[in-house]
Design a protein around this ligand. Structure first.
Ligand SMILES: Cc1cc2nc3c(=O)[nH]c(=O)nc-3n(C[C@H](O)[C@H](O)[C@H](O)COP(=O)(O)O)c2cc1C
Length: 229
């Protein structure tokens, strides 16, 4: 797959089919992930795949509770989802949150159908900086395999329960960075279009100075050239 297609179309897919992901596919996803940059090449990361239906049922229960907690925070105006970026359109944010909640409800309601959960653990991940390159590589590699999913953090609300269920050696310093839900999507891939354009979120030399180029449309796929003649 062309790298730009992967970069532009790796959407978060919440409607997944229950079909299992073959082991060789999982191997390709993780083998790409471990190529990611990491400070000092210490590779203090661990990827724990969960495909045991009984365990997935237990995580479904926890996930619904953890998500309810996040939406409680949202209602009271706290947590990462509460406020849009300064200067962003509040009505657009409200609409985005409505759509995310809709597809998030689907994910939570059908959690038991997810064929693979991928828990990612790290030691001292520098606020995520040391692990998110690997996580994003995993999602891009999954995209190339036709596998979709979502990166979720909500289970960190129940870190003790997660660690216990998975037997994590917490005394060594491991903490959960994220949990990816992975599977073959029911829907179609498309460009992540609901992003503020480059010129609205970038500047040059000084915060208030224009970046220097306007990008009103996603630049991939490249606009068709006018017909010759
Ligand atoms: C740090 C982080 C945490 C996220 N947590 C969740 C989550 O708990 N549940 C979920 O459905 N999506 C989660 N997402 C996915 C975002 O909601 C998603 O990227 C955003 O809505 C834009 O959608 P798109 O990437 O498909 O364009 C998370 C993304 C990031 C980067």
């Amino acid at each position: 797959m062309d790298i730009h297609e992967a970069l532009y179309t790796t959407r978060m897919m919440r409607r997944l089919r229950p079909d299992p992901i073959p082991l060789d596919t999982q191997a390709r996803i993780l083998d790409a992930a471990v190529r990611a940059p990491n400070g000092g090449n210490t590779q203090r990361w661990h990827f724990l795949a969960v495909d045991d239906p009984e365990l997935i049922r237990k995580f479904a229960h926890l996930f619904r509770q953890a998500r309810a907690l996040e939406y409680e925070k949202f209602k009271t105006g706290t947590g990462p989802m509460a406020a849009p970026a300064p200067g962003a359109d509040l009505a657009a944010h409200t609409e985005t949150m409505r759509r995310i909640k809709g597809s998030g409800d689907y994910l939570a309601d059908h959690f038991e159908e997810i064929p693979l959960l991928l828990f990612v653990f790290a030691i001292d991940d520098l606020g995520g900086a040391n692990i998110y390159p690997a996580i994003w590589s995993a999602l891009l590699a999954a995209r190339a395999e036709g596998v979709g999913g979502v990166m979720t953090m909500v289970l960190r609300n129940f870190a003790d329960e997660v660690n216990k269920l998975l037997g994590v050696p917490v005394e060594e310093g491991w903490t959960m960075s994220a949990m990816l839900t992975l599977g073959y999507p029911r829907g179609k891939w498309g460009v992540a279009a609901t992003r503020r354009p480059v010129h609205e979120v970038s500047s040059r030399n000084h915060w208030d100075s224009p970046f220097g180029v306007e990008v009103p449309q996603p630049l991939w796929p490249a606009p068709a050239l006018p017909a010759a003649g």
